[in-house]
Design a protein around this ligand. Structure first.
Ligand SMILES: *Cc1c(COP(=O)(O)O)cnc(C)c1O
Length: 312
């Protein structure tokens, strides 16, 4: 298993790739007032970092689910925060309104062609360095990273497998793939908070690209994600956040199964809450209770296959 340490990027996550590409592309088009986005944290950080690098404002709209440590970090980088609403979708509507009202340029965390192209550059580096790679494991939320990774890697090597991994607490892309169109599902707080949020009912890019290029989606529980975080810390001395460590579950879960050949896993970010992280390492962390009425999803879903071929 090879690890691609995107958690060591300057803003703490791969999202700097997409945000920087979007900011630079917009700056080439002509004058602009600044940038605005809605983000569960890492994209906001990346956009604030990229906007500051070109001397522009970055407004970041967040839902109430975002942890305090992420807000503190955003403010330190110089982002203007706008917090409120029960879900990322509500924050997204607010960000688009502010773009209209204040002449800011809206940058989606995942559904933007420049963002997707930027995220795909990690896969380009992987393919240059290790052309023998047969599988890439990529964390999945809105699908910008999975779309860019799959498009870039398969353009170079069509036989490569892309396995996207997500939380079982509200896997919006998985639900959408199963439905054959973007759908909204109930959000639950998860240890992989960077993977929360929907894919947008008016999704333009990431849904179709994921459907076309990603081979399968696997989902994992908070307990499994905590185990993966502990493993990375103990065996690799890495502090990965839940949404990054989740790829390890694809190797460690009781029902784990990997195709033959070299596998690269994208370790996407390091935005961990220190107190929560200490509790996880000490084995003292308890997952939050889940609603009894929640929807359930197959643990493993083969994209492009009809849903009766998926296995639970
Ligand atoms: C955003 C994010 C992801 C998922 O990326 P998408 O493009 O939204 O699918 C995975 N891991 C981390 C740490 C992230 O911040």
């Amino acid at each position: 298993m090879l690890l691609k340490l995107e958690m060591l990027q300057p803003s703490g996550a791969f999202k700097l790739r997409g945000a920087a590409n979007a900011v630079l592309a917009r700056m080439e088009e002509g004058p602009c007032e600044g940038f605005v986005t809605a983000s569960t944290g890492n994209h906001g950080r990346a956009l604030a970092y990229a906007a500051r690098a070109v001397g522009k404002r970055a407004v970041v709209c967040l839902s109430d689910l975002v942890p305090q440590n992420k807000c503190d970090t955003l403010e330190r980088i110089g982002a203007e925060l706008d917090i409120g609403g029960a879900s990322q979708d509500v924050a997204t509507v607010r960000a688009m309104e502010r773009a209209q009202d204040e002449g800011l340029f809206y940058v989606s965390p995942y559904d933007d062609s420049y963002v997707i192209a930027g995220q795909g550059t990690a896969a380009l580096e992987i393919m240059l360095e290790r052309p023998d790679v047969e599988t890439i494991v990529v964390p999945l939320s809105g699908g910008g990273l999975a779309a860019g990774t799959a498009l870039a890697a398969k353009t170079i090597k069509p036989s490569i497998s892309i396995i996207a991994v997500s939380s079982d607490r509200g896997p919006a892309m998985l639900a959408s793939l199963m439905a054959g169109e973007p759908v909204e599902i109930e959000e639950e707080p998860s240890l992989a908070d960077s993977l929360g949020g929907g894919i947008g009912l008016n999704n333009r890019w990431s849904f179709d690209l994921v459907r076309q290029y990603v081979d399968e989606v696997r989902i994992f529980s908070d307990e499994e994600i905590a185990e993966a975080m502990r493993y990375l810390y103990e065996s690799e001395k890495l502090m990965a956040e839940g949404g990054a460590a989740i790829g390890i579950c694809a190797f460690q879960a009781a029902d784990a199964e990997m195709p033959d050949g070299p596998v690269v896993m994208l370790l996407t970010g390091n935005a961990v809450d220190p107190a929560q992280f200490r509790a996880i390492i000490a084995g003292e962390w308890e997952p939050t209770a889940r609603p009894a009425s929640r929807a359930t999803f197959p643990r493993r879903y083969f994209v492009g296959s009809s849903s009766d071929q998926s296995r639970s």
